[in-house]
Design a protein around this ligand. Sequence first.
Ligand SMILES: Cc1ncc(COP(=O)(O)O)c(C=O)c1O
Length: 438
Amino acid sequence: MYESRPEATSAYWMPFTANRDFKANPRLMVSAHGMYYTDVDGNQVLDGTAGLWCVPLGHAQPKLVKAVQDMIGQLDFAPSFQMAHPAAFLLAERLMTYTNHKFGQVFYTNSGSEAVDTALKMALAYHRVRGDAARTRLIGRERGYHGVGFGGISVGGIANNRKTFGSMLPGVDHLPHTHNLEHNAYTRGEPAWGAHLADELERIVTLHDASTIAAVIVEPVAGSTGVLIPPKNYLKRLREICTKHGILLIFDEVITGFGRLTTPFAFDYFDVEPDMVTVAKGLTNGVVPMGAVFSKAFIHDAFMHGPDGIELFHGYTYSGHPLACAAALASLEIFEEQNVLEHARGMADYWADAVHSLKGLPHVIDLRSIGLIAGIELAPIPGKPGARAFNAFRRAFADGILIRTTGDIIALSPPLVLEKTHIDELFGKLANILKTLD
Ligand SMILES: Cc1ncc(COP(=O)(O)O)c(C=O)c1O
């Protein structure tokens, strides 16, 4: 059990956490069921963030629990190189069906970060196997989050995640982000302003020449930077420019995949087809770590013409781990059996109404919503960026709701199985916190 004595807590170096602050004031979850966590003191905490955006089906779905239990008793591990197991193939087939066969192959990883680095490597290797080896540049976007591998932080655009880690990958450039409160504050769904920012890609292409650019990677909705929703037609424009110049377009759907926008993927919602998609999180409902890259068949097929032997020198010991495959298969079945996306669509307007009902409350300078996502931007305390939202986070936990903050933005992304009463509870408590926050 947790003891706050420094000698009892120092061994765990916690990720993306204010370690000293946390260890003095811990927040510990001990169980989870449906829409609620239970903390170490027995308090119920409403999950307003689906864990870390990764539990779309809610916690402890019986079918998922059983699928993982069954698999561990049957096949705890199978080597992933030059060997496989049936569930890995079955899942791949089901996933490709879930994309409506817009993609041909799936490559398994263990996290979103690994999926991103895999997709970037595939893009470079794809051009090379086709004899286009000069295409080595990768284009990301300011404020983008693509995990924490060296590839991901290189194309990512969050300064704190980059500045202490050296010079990263060479040959990377960044599109501008699309956040501009003067033009797109308080938008419900896609902002009307900002599609022209996609044309910055033409400027980058002119600067470097298309013949040197391998791929562009963006989050369709940027999550970790604080919920930036793409302007209308922005993603379509990016697609057109990439196609025109032979550049691969990668959508990082680690948070938007598996229903976050009430469609299976964001590429469905925005009706734009990228060449590769990275997913993780909701793929297994967060139950067993797993990520994946979906690739168009033409990318995969380009590798299948060379000499006999291994076509892509890349993979992970735990690629397609049996427990992860079992969890992902059960998740897909639950999505279908429980009509989860239909339910989420039924909640989306009520959700957006609740988000925008916060307009006018103290400190609120923007509200944005799409699908079952909300971004609530607060004015910072002068000289203390991030402190106001973090105070809200602490207050929220004490009041029994789990929210997430990044800088002074509160990001909400509940399990898709929530009911209106949960929306009332979440926003009722949040409104009270905002009214009394320093
Ligand atoms: C868009 C995006 N890409 C990649 C990642 C990294 O995923 P992981 O933490 O599983 O490595 C995240 C995590 O939040 C993400 O939001």
